[in-house]
Design a protein around this ligand. Structure first.
Ligand SMILES: [Zn+2]
Length: 350
């Protein structure tokens, strides 16, 4: 499959961080606009190279990259622009449906409220949708090592039905159990927000169990450590433990981000990544970008990598795309229309 074919295929995306997907030029221009002078360089080529270099660098460098993107997203205009450009860039990459997540608490350094940040994001999404037709929804993220998760949910609730579809926990897994944030998860579930928590990216299986069993997570961000609860015969999964059985049989979608997993060291390379084995063993696997800027990837790249590494056919990619849309938190009529009228005809799925 050549890249232009893959780019043209309709794709759906469930796990993409708004502050991880800025254009380098936008980082530079917004830094000037908001008077942020902390960038490592003022030269566009050097800045791009700096973000690229960060991919193979240390965790410290990775986190520093987010400090810069978050620093320039502190006004409604800046957030609106970043959200608009995210939608336009995804649409140009063939994405027809995306749920983009961000932490509203991170955007309050210069006076915006969490609600202002959400409003500005949704305004940017609406502009991108008007221009390209892409369906865009927001997921409100709280950080595991912070204590304001309940306030994040409270800020998101007024936007339920207006574009915010779910609640997420991100940040360090080890030492910060998801159920520390049980009140936030319960408040989100109470009003009908979807729940998708980062779990099983770096920490062990218990992190996945806590997200599912204690917090009511309906999808799992990453979740790839579920492979630790399986047995292999060669490259195929031949047996499942209790938790893996539950994840597969209850159809819990895994938001898999192959490139991101390699860069954070979760797996040494694509060949040793479990996406192919999990997909063939019947898990609901979705393909995602995580952080397009820091990882230097788009959905076409992730599709190309998965197809090449795991011998996936166009039909496999179509099935994954349909599973992804079925796993979405956006309105079902929107997702069903995309499955029936856009995805199935394009992949010629029966
Ligand atoms: Zn993530």
């Amino acid at each position: 499959m050549d890249r232009s074919t893959l780019r043209a295929l309709p794709k759906a995306l469930l796990h993409d961080h708004l502050d991880g997907g800025l254009r380098p030029r936008t980082v530079l221009e917004l830094a000037h606009e908001v008077g942020y002078d902390g960038l490592p360089t003022e030269d566009l080529d050097e800045l791009e190279a700096w973000f690229v270099q960060g991919r193979s660098g240390s965790l410290e460098r990775y986190l520093e990259a987010f400090r810069h993107t978050v620093a320039v997203m502190q006004t409604p205009d800046a957030v609106r622009r970043v959200a608009y450009e995210a939608g336009v860039d995804l649409a140009a990459d063939g994405v027809v449906y995306a749920e983009i997540r961000f932490g509203p608490s991170l955007l309050t350094e210069r006076g915006m409220t969490r609600e202002d940040a959400i409003e500005a994001t949704l305004d940017g999404f609406a502009a991108a949708t008007a221009e390209t037709g892409i369906a865009l929804y927001a997921i409100a993220t709280a950080l595991r090592h912070q204590t304001d998760s309940r306030a994040v949910v409270d800020a998101a609730i007024p936007f339920l039905g207006r574009g915010v579809v779910a609640f997420d926990l991100a940040g360090p897994e080890a030492g910060f159990p998801a159920d520390d944030h049980l009140p936030a998860c319960l408040a989100a579930r109470d009003v009908g927000l979807g729940i998708t928590l980062h779990a099983g990216e770096a920490d062990d299986l218990r992190s996945i169990w806590r997200a599912l069993a204690l917090c009511g997570s309906q999808r799992i961000g990453h979740g790839v450590r579920i492979v630790d609860d399986t047995e292999f015969d060669g490259s195929a999964i031949s047996g499942l433990g209790a938790l893996a059985t539950r994840v597969r049989d209850h159809r819990i979608p895994l938001e898999v981000c192959i490139t991101s997993n390699i860069q954070t060291g979760a797996f040494p390379d694509a060949a040793r990544h479990p996406l192919g084995a999990l997909y063939r063993a019947g898990f609901v696997t979705t393909l995602n970008t995580d952080n397009r800027l820091m990882s230097g990837v788009g959905m076409t790249d992730e599709f190309a990598l998965a197809a090449e590494t795991f011998d996936l056919t166009v039909q496999d990619l179509g099935r994954i795309t349909e599973m992804t849309l079925r796993a979405g938190f956006g309105p079902w009529p929107v997702r069903r229309r995309l499955i029936d009228d856009v995805v199935r005809p394009a992949y010629e799925l029966v």
